[in-house]
Design a protein around this ligand. Sequence first.
Ligand SMILES: *Cc1c(COP(=O)(O)O)cnc(C)c1O
Ligand code: SF4
Length: 462
Amino acid sequence: MPQPLKIVHDSEPIVPKKAPVEASTLAHKDLRRGLWWQKIPAYRGIDEATFLDHGWQARSSITRVSKLVETIQELVPAGFVEDLESGMKQAPMSVRVSPYIVGLIDWERPYEDPLRTQFFPLASRLLPDHPKLGLDSLHEQADAPVPGLTHRYPDKALFLPLDTCPVYCRFCTRSYAIGLDTDEVEKVHLRPNEDRWRRAYNYIASRPELEDIVISGGDAYQLRAQHIEEIGEALLAIPNVRRMRFATKGPAVMPMKILTDDAWLDALTRVVDKGRKLHKDVVLHTHFNNPNEITGITEAAMGRLFERGIVVRNQSVLIRGVNDSVETMTLLVKRLGHLNVHAYYVYVHDMVRGVEDLRTSVDTAIHIEKHVRGSTAGFNTPTFVVDAPGGGGKRDAHSYEYYDRDTGVSVYAAPSVKPGELFIYLDPLHQLSTHQQRRWGDAVEQRVMIDDALSKARARAW
Ligand SMILES: *Cc1c(COP(=O)(O)O)cnc(C)c1O
Ligand code: SF4
């Protein structure tokens, strides 16, 4: 028999061992609520039911400068529109931004706004690419046995069923494929095509070591309900598949779809439930980068997923001016935890073209990680990783074989993925001294810096 709890009434005071918290410590619970989007001139008359309608969000997304100008009208400072027009001409990604995001941007201070920074390129902010940077920097195409299926790691594969997203991010790793062709880049297209999908399933079924399938893209938000279910069922039916993740930026940029697209959510829920019966893990991976992306609408949406037992994990990209401070990253991580979203990874920005202004250094990642770790539960604390250019896969940012903070060259080994090979990541030039920047302008010096780092890494790698 359990003993009833004995309540002791005594007058002994509680001796505090910690100072009372400051209000800022609880800022993660402070979410934007109400009709906040109505401060945007074109959304003044948009009521809550319309704003929460995912169809309205998709139809009203901004893809052209003229539409943005009609939407925000007199809010932006002079010169901004010209800066944006010229930025879009040089960008590797096309523009598509949901009204949800447009409404969250502070248009009176668009140069500093972390959401503007992610989605709208400004010519005045662009920086020349690092001389050693390539387009498919992760070699996803080189590791693809079937178009749109990358098999790099021993037991997992990345399946790209389509190449569109609810928004387009400037920093997209897959700018080689995602979105419309731009003035700068003609893309490899991955259209939704059941024939191509079938070839992917056949390949997966032919490789008994493949247990884990990432369904990305593009973006699972763009898949019709029926396609979510078809893909889910096809993969669950393959005996060797044990785990699947549907990857979508959607919750960060259009959370209302979870609340109002019942057909889509029901299809996902059926796949998750079916997986559970088969003892196979089906989860949602999403991509929040800044705490401002999380509002009362997001809270309701994540609550709905939680009620249905759908596990959500988050992968962020570390982006200059978006989340490259201890304060912002800690707030993001705590806000995600508050919504029962597990912060899984923070990626050091990939070496993609046309977004050098957005990259940070490995040193920045390591510094932020040190401060974030310990601020909340370990399972809500992300691992900071470098996705090694050249196909080495994700490596813990700390785990370099060698790192020269002066030249910005870090070297990683990936013994379980590509044994015997070394992979280099290069910090953006704007983080280096002018002397080192000048060295990167010289082909002979480039070789010297890289060879020096590789030989020092080789001396300790194995
Ligand atoms: C990220 C990634 C995966 C999944 O890796 P995890 O570390 O398990 O999240 C699988 N395949 C490719 C090609 C990837 O880039
Ligand atoms: S949502 Fe993901 S895949 Fe789509 S553009 Fe953004 S980063 Fe790229």
